[in-house]
Design a protein around this ligand. Structure first.
Ligand SMILES: NC(=O)c1ccc[n+]([C@@H]2O[C@H](COP(=O)([O-])OP(=O)(O)OC[C@H]3O[C@@H](n4cnc5c(N)ncnc54)[C@H](OP(=O)(O)O)[C@@H]3O)[C@@H](O)[C@H]2O)c1
Length: 292
């Protein structure tokens, strides 16, 4: 039996933990809200009260957390990972967080003879459940090699980098595209609708064109069905937009599209906090005077 730690049972973490359990892993699990651990059932699960207990019981842990603050909490709290590290311990964080956070964790752990790998993912709830995530793994080569089997269970392909930063930044580059694409789709829907052309026609044209993508088809269908159940919360999309803009400023790279759509996501957050990021369509439709 392969025993590893798992921290963070949100939308993604729950699916990833279930996938690992179904593939023969035994999990030592910590989540800030304890009750969520019950969703995993009891087979192969050891719930614990702190990340420190994971370090005591395992050699590797995964974390899948909301943001940099959450990751820093579970790492640097008194009963967190860092203060209880043992030699050779591997922490794979798969959340989308800032490059400064991943660099700090990498160098702090290294000083203690332990390893921090940043392995953010592209793909959502469905891909987390069926093990088809795309994984960008950055960190020490020897540590990444020890985790290869875990990456194979969770993802269909893993790109490996010798620095944590490259993995962190590649994920942010991908999410800058997701933010841009959902706005592009929503704009086209709103313009067509306002002129009496149904959204279905827009999606059908896209499907037959060189512009098509699985993302447009998936999100286009859920928007048409009025389904804004969260797969990826608006607040996390806004977090990633802020991370992209901070990074772009650090690197002195203009990011005009992301800068200009940020406000629209802020408005969406104020109204649709617990919905999917595609609720940005509703904000744009409302501003255009379209009844939804
Ligand atoms: N959803 C997606 O499609 C998707 C795809 C790719 C990447 N991501 C990234 O993956 C990460 C997780 O996404 P998600 O959709 O699973 O998010 P989520 O549903 O909001 O889950 C967040 C998790 O972080 C924990 N958490 C939040 N604040 C914390 C804190 N201060 N201290 C300790 N734990 C804290 C939550 O614990 P509680 O249960 O106690 O709230 C929960 O376990 C995010 O970085 C997101 O950007 C998401």
């Amino acid at each position: 039996m392969k025993k590893i730690g798992f921290i963070g049972l949100g939308i993604m973490g729950e699916m990833m933990a279930k996938r690992l359990l179904n593939n023969g892993y035994e999990l030592v699990v910590y989540n800030r809200t304890k009750e969520k651990i019950l969703k995993l059932g009891d087979k192969g699960i050891t719930p614990v009260e702190s990340p420190a207990e994971i370090v005591k019981n395992c050699d590797i842990t995964i974390s899948m957390l909301a943001d940099s603050k959450a990751l820093e909490n579970i790492a640097y709290d008194k009963n967190g990972i860092f203060n209880n590290l043992k030699n050779g311990f591997i922490h794979i964080d798969m959340s989308t967080v800032s490059p400064s956070t991943t660099l700090k964790l990498y160098s702090d752990y290294k000083k203690q003879g332990a390893y921090f790998i940043h392995a953010p993912v592209l793909g959502s709830k469905t891909q987390a459940g069926d093990g088809t995530l795309l994984i960008f793994a950055g960190g020490d080569k020897s540590a990444i090699e020890k985790c290869e089997e875990i990456f194979k269970v969770l993802g269909k392909k893993t790109w490996k980098f010798d620095s944590v930063e490259k993995a962190t930044i590649l994920k942010l580059a991908m999410n800058s595209m997701i933010a841009t694409m959902i706005v592009a789709l929503s704009q086209a829907f709103v313009l067509a609708e306002k002129s009496g052309i149904p959204k279905e026609i827009v999606l059908e044209v896209l499907e037959n064109s060189a512009l098509n993508s699985a993302m447009y088809q998936n999100k286009g269908k859920t928007i048409i069905n009025g389904n804004f159940e969260p797969n990826f919360y608006v607040k996390h999309m806004l977090k990633d937009i802020n991370l992209v803009l901070d990074l772009a400023l650090d690197l002195k790279i203009p990011f005009p599209v992301i800068s200009s759509i940020r406000e629209m996501f802020v408005q969406t957050l104020s109204k649709y906090e617990n919905e999917d990021y595609s609720a940005i369509y509703k904000t744009m439709a409302e501003l255009a005077g379209i009844e939804i």
